[in-house]
Design a protein around this ligand. Structure first.
Ligand code: DGL
Length: 267
């Protein structure tokens, strides 16, 4: 038994889609969430900067006495997972390997699309992880930098987002993919739009689901589940204004939580 919370960090509020999976599958676990809203986006930054920011994010979570860290951010997972694992003496989970595994399992025709930030696409991390599983699979990646601001604007179901999705995804569809990895924390919030544009024949993979299963397996295997202690009390922190957090929190978690603002530069 280990009643310490699970730490989750993201470049911003999109990682709440990962927190949602954790909170709904591991109902007795407590979550400490940090969203680096002051320094978002990570998706357009260099590997060095993403790693530096990620180290600070992990140090903050460690100050909250977490028992494991989930890198919800695909961009940070893609660029900094190994460096984080090496630097900190704590179980660390990224979203890329689990997402790759789920996609490799799901595809029937061997053609997988990956949609993500520019930083994730540039890293080649999803291709690498998918080819480690099966080098015969075809991976076609597409950076979709406009999706994050569209979600944050509250336009997930707006005509302009459908047009943008068509523009980004049509080449993947033309290439015959039957599976698309939603390789960015914000994209599950666009599920309805992406599904409509991609069509019924294409399966959309949310890496957070597989990541949650990996965390569950780990906690189970190491006797680290939270036991007793009453209903879990989650805490949320951001590095800038809490407005966006509150907006996306309702969309992602379906309920209201309050976040505290912290100074991440101090970690
Ligand atoms: N959270 C980031 C990701 O999953 C998207 C937003 C950003 O660019 O920071 O890749």
């Amino acid at each position: 038994m280990d009643n310490r919370p699970i730490g989750i960090f993201d470049s911003g509020v999109g990682g709440l889609t990962v927190a949602k999976e954790i909170m709904s599958r591991l109902k007795n676990e407590e979550v400490v969430y940090f969203g680096d809203t002051a320094r978002l986006p990570y998706g357009s930054k260099s590997k060095e900067t993403i790693t530096k920011f990620s180290f600070q994010d992990v140090r903050f979570l460690l100050s909250k006495n977490v028992k494991a860290v989930i890198i919800a951010c695909n961009t940070a997972s893609a660029n900094s997972f190994e460096a984080i694992k090496e630097k900190f003496d704590i179980p660390v989970f990224g979203v890329v390997s689990p997402g790759a595994a789920a996609a490799a399992r799901a595809t029937k025709n061997g053609r997988i699309g990956v949609i993500a930030t520019t930083g994730t696409v540039k890293s080649g991390a999803y291709e690498k992880a998918i080819h480690n599983i099966d080098s015969g699979l075809n991976v076609i990646s597409k950076a979709c930098p406009l999706f994050v601001p569209l979600v944050e604007e509250g336009w997930a179901d707006d005509e302009i987002t459908y047009l943008t999705a068509r523009k980004y995804i049509s080449s993947l569809i033309d290439d015959g993919v039957d599976t698309i990895v939603m390789g960015c924390t914000h994209y599950p919030l666009l599920y309805k739009c992406l599904k409509k544009v991609a069509g019924d024949g294409v399966l959309l993979v949310n890496p957070a689901e597989e990541t949650t299963k990996a965390v569950e397996e780990f906690l189970d295997g190491n006797d680290m589940f939270r036991e007793g202690g009453g209903a879990p009390s989650h805490s949320f922190f951001v590095s800038d204004s809490t407005d966006m957090f509150e907006k996306i929190c309702l969309d992602a978690l379906g309920r209201k939580f309050l976040a505290d603002k912290i100074d991440i530069e101090g970690y």
